[in-house]
Design a protein around this ligand. Structure first.
Ligand SMILES: [Zn+2]
Length: 221
């Protein structure tokens, strides 16, 4: 029977059986002396995971040693484990908020000369650093990088309704480009990267296609 690894359990600082399974695979794939801390995701494990990501052709922030679904599934395919559901998926229900249990604290459309468009181009969800953010619908990750400028670390989700939802100011990105995600699945964490005054998710709703600033509507999904 093959083992199941949960993506949400394989991250720096974690200590559990999923980490142990991944360490064994990394030992075979790229060399890892897991005797230094079996089951503990420490610096050596993160370095080894980064080698695996580079082996897959990732670079830069995509090879930061923090597992994403694509790289973890490829490791599992090769070394005999499955990547299980994360358990954050609602049972077919609509996702209420991109930041579960948090609501809009500064809405779309407020006029403010601070913004180039002259108004606030998204909904803000103030929440503590590291609060999980989730996909509002099923979809595919179109971009996931640290190059959003004022938007900071950001993710663009191409959703199954034809819209692109943009998650900004993240502290951590938990989804890779090209990854399929389910409504309710965790894809990152609230942060304060880019131009912010405090931790929050700035959330935008765009038409499909390349990102165009202020080509957006009041977010709905
Ligand atoms: Zn905002």
């Amino acid at each position: 029977m093959s083992k199941t690894v949960l993506l949400s359990q394989v991250k720096p600082g974690a200590h559990n059986d999923s980490v142990l399974v991944v360490q064994k695979a990394l030992a075979a794939a790229v060399g890892l002396d897991s005797s230094s801390g079996p089951g503990v995701f420490g610096r050596l494990t993160q370095d080894a995971y980064a080698r695996w990501q580079r082996h897959l052709g990732f670079s830069g922030a995509q090879a930061d040693g923090i597992p994403g679904e694509v790289s973890l599934k490829k490791l599992g395919d090769r070394f005999g484990f499955k990547v299980g559901p994360d358990g954050h998926q609602p049972p077919g229900g609509r996702v209420v908020s991109p930041v579960p249990k948090h609501h809009v604290t500064y809405p779309f459309g407020v006029k403010n000369p601070r913004y180039k468009a002259g108004y606030h181009t998204g909904d803000d969800y103030a929440a503590p650093d590291e609060t999980p953010v989730v996909a509002v619908r099923n979809g595919t990750v179109r971009w996931s990088n640290d190059n959003g400028g004022a938007y900071g670390r950001w993710i663009g989700l191409q959703a199954d309704n034809g819209r692109v939802y943009v998650y900004c100011h993240l502290s951590h990105r938990g989804a890779d480009v090209g990854q399929s995600v389910k409504a309710g699945q965790r894809i990152g964490k609230v942060g304060r990267t880019g131009d912010v005054t405090g931790p929050h998710l700035h959330f935008e709703d765009h038409p499909a296609g390349p990102f165009v600033y202020a080509q957006c509507r009041k977010p709905s999904w």
